[in-house]
Design a protein around this ligand. Sequence first.
Ligand code: NAI
Length: 742
Amino acid sequence: MSAQAGLMASALRFDGRVVLVTGAGGGLGRAYALAFAERGALVVVNDLGGDFKGVGKGSSAADKVVEEIRKKGGKAVANYDSVEAGEKVVKAALDAYGRIDVVVNNAGILRDRSFTRISDEDWDIIQRVHLRGSFQVTRAAWDHMKKQNYGRIIMTSSASGIYGNFGQANYSAAKLGILGLANTLAIEGRRNNIHCNTIAPNAGSRMTQTVLPEDIVEALKPDYVAPLVLWLCHETCEENGGLFEVGAGWIGKLRWERTLGAIVRERNKAMTPEAVKANWKKICDFSNATTPQSIQESTSGILEVLQKVDSGGMSANPTSQAAPAATSDFAGAVGHKLPSFSSAYTELESIMYALGVGASVKNPSHLKFVYEGSADFSCLPTFGVIVAQKSLMDGGLAEIPGLSVNFAKVLHGEQYLELYKPLPRAGKLKCEAVVADILDKGSGLVIIMDVHSYSEKELICYNQFSLFLVGSGGFGGKRTSDKVKVAVAVPNRPPDAVVKDATSLNQAALYRLSGDWNPLHIDPNFASIAGFEKPILHGLCTFGFSGRHILQQYADNDVSRFKAIKARFAKPVYPGQTLQTEMWKEGNRIHFQTKIQETGDIVISNAYVDLVPASGASAKTPSKAGELQSALVFGEIGRRLKDIGPEVVKKVNAVFEWHITRGGDTAAKWTIDLKSGSGEVYPGPARGSADTTIIISDEDFLDVVLGKLDPQKAFFSGKLKARGNILLSQKLQMILKDYAKL
Ligand code: NAI
């Protein structure tokens, strides 16, 4: 029975895949080439054919392996170029098979010498064959992989590089250089489905013959390495950027480990070697070590260091950076009350907040939020988060028993705010904060903080902050809690209303004056250390924009109607971007999500505002179709269609249903039938089925018709929504323009 026949139905196959293995004339490379070919791959067997020190060349090594493969019924071609000429090697694959899917960088030589005896040539040839060769071959294949949106790359490192090995300084340097190359390729290739993984093999070959006893060389078969290479190169393997030690039938994965370290610097003092010495034990103590997985994770702690040094909270012998949250016992944390906190505010703070969340005198209805002299001066309801947040940032969070909070790793996950009465225009609020619960979300830990704010004895508002501590999860805690105010998915239909606002470049600079001083929102250096290209807008600022949009759209800016708001923060916003709040009205609940208009990214998701029902509120929203301006236009389109006759019906052959909205509700439906007879326009839904349904507000419809609003722009900005066959609406646009001459 051939090995192939013995494979199970779920065998990992490589049919049609073109695989290049460098240095495949012997040792490990030969084993890979044979294994790939056996599973259907089209293999390019590259080998320069020199000796293990890189002297000489010849075609027989590669030819022999190709011969072996063909005898077994597999497909392969030989290539004898050095990997230093990567273009030529890859060209062999393209010439023979027209594509390249997998590159296994395996070719290698040795020039072992103790360090002082390494000649320039010994050094250079090792770097050239291993590091430069891997670069040359991979670069030649890269663009082809990118274009086809698929590629699998193997880099071959070595334990000598990872741990060092006597007599192999040149080789160690090259082999760890290859790992560095792979680390970055894994990042750059990711979005094109190009994966790059690294192996450090252990196998008996001519290379190890000189260093290992014969029986071990025999036992460490290359066949015990090849299966890992095949798996990593399979299309179903998601692994990317991994490093594996492999040999004798065993495979293990490696990663970096880092001690918690110690801060050895004090504010306004010189940093000294003595302080380093004094902290040496702690710097090198691997208990509770972390395993940073990316440069962002690696540098994220720097923010905290700067903050701690800056606040003077860290002595040269720090203790508060002790155990990570995950290993702590949370029994003492849940139910822990933060010290009471009081904060007074005047109209100044509330106006500053309103400006911070985009209220503007450009909109006359905003005057009541930005001018204390307005007859109905009001505090925006979402201002209720500000005092509560201050009570948390006052330092209480750092003092929760059993919980060590690394502030650089805290993300604001969700926010809930409920108001029991409108916020006073000025006053003093006393906040009582308590740890309501602690959840384990696997990738992180969530602290649920409940904050009640009182004016004298009267409860004014309640906030719930969900704070996500990245990397502190997985401690076996519960995932949910009945204490949590849950986020709710938005309805599965186009939004009923959309309100947009461009944020200004100064938005974060303005918003922070309300009390969130985190430099992440203003200081470019801080932002880049935290992994952002520039300072980001406060999540609660976006939250304020959206709350204001809903208040305007559905409550006529009447703050007494704003009962509660819940939001989940999904992505960062950069000042200057345009926020687009999409709303769905379901009774007194307005579901919403907030997008960045420029990118389409959802930044606040699964959110809602609960309104207090208003008597007579519905009277404010005109809904009778007769009042709509669009009705006149549809009448006109109908008349002109009659004049044009059946020609247009032949051209378009589709039925369009229009939903004209007002105040977020559908106020009228119209059908333009360009399918039957000579076409017809009538009020109401399509009698048969519509090919395309178009939803647009009465005003926007008029703007489109008058040429003030480009329909495509309206579509992309969310003003115009289309369902069904969207392409047809382009035909309609042409017809309206060319024939109806509107
Ligand atoms: P090997 O010497 O049997 O195979 C290497 C092959 O590469 C040879 O056939 C050689 O002709 C070819 N080659 C050398 N220079 C070339 C060039 N410029 N262009 C094209 N081909 C060239 O050695 P082995 O053990 O199979 O090693 C394969 C890879 O695994 C090497 O990169 C080696 O550094 C690495 N490795 C092997 C270990 C082992 O235990 N065998 C340990 C750690 C790493």
